[in-house]
Design a protein. Sequence first.
Length: 320
Amino acid sequence: MQRRLKEYLIITVKGVAMGAADVIPGVSGGTIAFISGIYEELIKSLDNLSLDVFKIWKTSGFKVAWHSINGNFLLALFSGIAISILSLAKVIKWLLINEPTLLWAFFFGLVLSSIIYIAKQIKSWNILTLIAIAVTTILSYWITLAEPFASPDSSVYLLFCGFIAIIAMILPGVSGAFILLILGAYQTAINTINNLLEGIAKSNFELFKEAFINFLLLAIGAVIGLKVFSKILNWMFQNKKNTTLAILTGFMIGSLNKIWPWKKTLTWRIDSHNEKTPFLEKSISPFSFEGDNQLLWAIVLMILGFLIIFILEKLGSKKQ
């Protein structure tokens, strides 16, 4: 598809919006793509990415190969996504350290609203739908309680997290950041992005090297996951949409426990920087929280997060 420069700049702006969504648990980059009218083109372009591109390049030249994967569109879109993620990561890191309760309250409102958004798309409610929601709710809740099978800093675990989190690129309504959060790798991913920038800015090769390796592991996992998941999930979404939506709904309901703003740390771990960080946490009542529970502001931010998804849903309805 031939486009003018202005149109590619608009695609980049849409990428910026997708990147912002992908950094925030509860808001899906796929949802933004759907609302902005580029979802189908994105999925088709991603599906065209394969080793066959190199064969086309060899036989017909780079220009034909680039055109076969809709290269200009993907470059414009992913440039916007990268700009957004790199810009927001530092802000998120500061909030995670200085205002965790308020940040998680905002995320909780986002995810709660996302659950309603996904559930409303279920057209046929039957026993299979209810069983799917019940089973995945229990499974998801159990995952939030279980001890991670590896440290969020380990190479194998980062590959696995990248592999699973790419689901956000494929289905509207599912947040990749949210999946990283459930897997316990969200803060590691945010720190990786910040350390990449800091390593470059301060010419700290060791810091850059460590961050780049982590970034590469997440990226490799994501590429593998994209090829494995894309056809399966697209088939499920097209042919078993109700069941798929029910599974997503249950998964998100059960995982609300993970992002409850008020928690008590049960066990700690030492991260790769030799710093003490929470490993296992338990959700508690805000009135049992040690220190300032910031209840009023937390409720305000929950409502704000909830309304953001509601507004996006209305925009999506108008677009459709």
